[in-house]
Design a protein around this ligand. Structure first.
Ligand SMILES: *[C@@H]1O[C@H](CO)[C@@H](O)[C@H](O)[C@H]1NC(C)=O
Ligand SMILES: *[C@@H]1O[C@H](CO)[C@@H](O)[C@H](O)[C@H]1NC(C)=O
Ligand SMILES: *[C@@H]1O[C@H](CO)[C@@H](O)[C@H](O)[C@H]1NC(C)=O
Length: 392
């Protein structure tokens, strides 16, 4: 009798709690001002840093499928390469700025888009606002790519990798604007002056390896560290990291489908939205996945005695996040630092303040930092878990 009563009271209390939680959420939501960043609850730290992370998408991936798709892309690249005139065999990409948006975003972001388009002498500009028919035609011999494209949650990441692998060039999200023209961005100048043997430039985007699990989740993240993919420069075509990004994102999306079944609601370019939570998108096809392949390519490719290797990460001393922590200057990991025959072309890693400044964590610096080249509307803050699936 007493027990039943308790059960009732407990259920009643739970109901009240849930309802007031929902009310609080909506009331709270309705007064949020249109500022770019939301205030942060206090962060909590663990006593040990986390420098490596394996998502369920990675653990459950079908390696046979990945190897097959990778081989198809490599075969495509090799036959294409042999058909190139000798003056293009250095694989240098055009100086092109690529952006991808829906037509709605195109009008919302038109000031920033115009700035990218007009403020960069010597660069051409391409905006993709519809299904990328000619890009997909390039991949017509690889059916798993065409069928992966059908998944709207995967599309925006996949298209970016397909574009950058084949054409190369500078990609930046439509939620970014440039603080200085690309020709005045120091690491870009340094590359164009020559002498650096790299084919990809990426930037640190999060650098909080001491955040505890609770704080990582409160931030709406999968992990506390990582490179960004909102702005990426592929100076050369057919970069091996981009090839892996294509393979992994397709493979991880299959795992996701296996875990949850297919539930695609729309197939329209203009509702180019992901049904995935932001953190899982990062691990399936976004920045988390990308961070892993960069670390892996370096682990596999760098010389055994390379200083980026982590003495505490296995017998093979894998490259973990440890040496990227608190990066202050551009890290040029030239091709010449790789082992003989390694599947890597060299990569430049920028400190967080260059392309990922203005965030309220990781010592990101301000939008106006001397070193800042690209600014981005801030997405971080306590996560709205059940509808955190807007475009950004
Ligand atoms: C940034 O973080 C600090 C310290 O956690 C906090 O005091 C401040 O209000 C935050 N600012 C914004 C805009 O979230
Ligand atoms: C893994 O991929 C291979 C090649 O695509 C396929 O034949 C196999 O059935 C897949 N295995 C599982 C468990 O899905
Ligand atoms: C580079 O630009 C030229 C001229 O616009 C174009 O014909 C060519 O296809 C571009 N190359 C690549 C790899 O996109």
């Amino acid at each position: 009798m007493l027990r039943m009563r308790r059960g009732h009271i407990f259920r009643l209390l739970s109901c009240i709690l849930i309802i007031s939680g929902i009310l609080y959420f909506f009331l709270h939501e309705s007064v949020v001002l249109p500022t770019l960043s939301r205030p942060f609850p206090a962060s909590k730290y663990a006593t040990r840093a986390t420098y490596e992370y394996t998502s369920i998408y990675r653990r459950n991936a079908n390696r046979t499928f990945e190897a097959g798709l990778d081989a198809q892309l490599l075969a495509f690249e090799q036959s294409f390469y042999s058909s190139l005139p000798s003056n293009e065999q250095n694989l240098l990409a055009n100086l092109t700025i690529h952006q991808i948006s829906t037509t709605k975003q195109q009008s919302q972001m038109s000031a920033w888009i115009t700035q990218w388009r007009t403020n960069n002498p010597g660069w051409s500009y391409e905006l993709l606002t519809t299904h990328p028919v000619s890009l997909l035609a390039i991949y017509k011999g690889i059916p798993s790519i065409l069928s992966a494209y059908e998944n709207p949650s995967l599309r925006r990441d996949l298209v970016r990798y397909l574009l950058l692998w084949y054409h190369g060039g500078f990609y930046t999200d439509v939620n970014t604007w440039e603080r200085v023209s690309l020709n005045h961005c120091p690491p870009i100048v340094e590359f164009t002056q020559g002498g650096r043997e790299v084919s990809l430039m990426v930037g640190v985007d999060r650098d909080e390896p001491f955040y505890n699990r609770e704080t990582v989740e409160m931030m709406g993240w999968g992990r506390g560290f990582g490179l960004g993919i909102d702005t990426v420069w592929a100076m050369k075509r057919f970069d091996p990291i981009m090839r892996r990004a294509i393979v992994r994102s397709i493979s991880h999306a299959e795992v996701k489908k296996g875990l949850e079944g297919t539930k695609w609601f729309h197939d329209d370019w203009d509702v180019f939205e992901s049904d995935w939570e932001e953190w899982e998108r990062s691990e399936i096809s976004g920045a988390g996945m990308f961070t892993d392949i960069v670390l892996e390519v370096l682990s596999d490719g760098l010389r055994d005695d390379h200083e980026l290797r982590d003495r505490d990460a296995g017998l093979e001393r894998r490259v973990s996040w440890k040496k990227f922590k608190h990066l202050q200057t551009t890290l040029w990991i030239d091709r010449s630092q790789a082992r003989e025959g390694a599947d890597m072309r060299g990569i430049a890693v920028l400190p967080i303040d260059v392309w990922s400044n203005g965030q309220n964590h990781s010592g990101a610096g301000t939008f106006e930092a001397e070193t800042a080249c690209v600014n981005r509307a801030n997405r971080d803050g306590p996560k709205k878990t059940w509808h955190g699936k807007g475009f950004w």
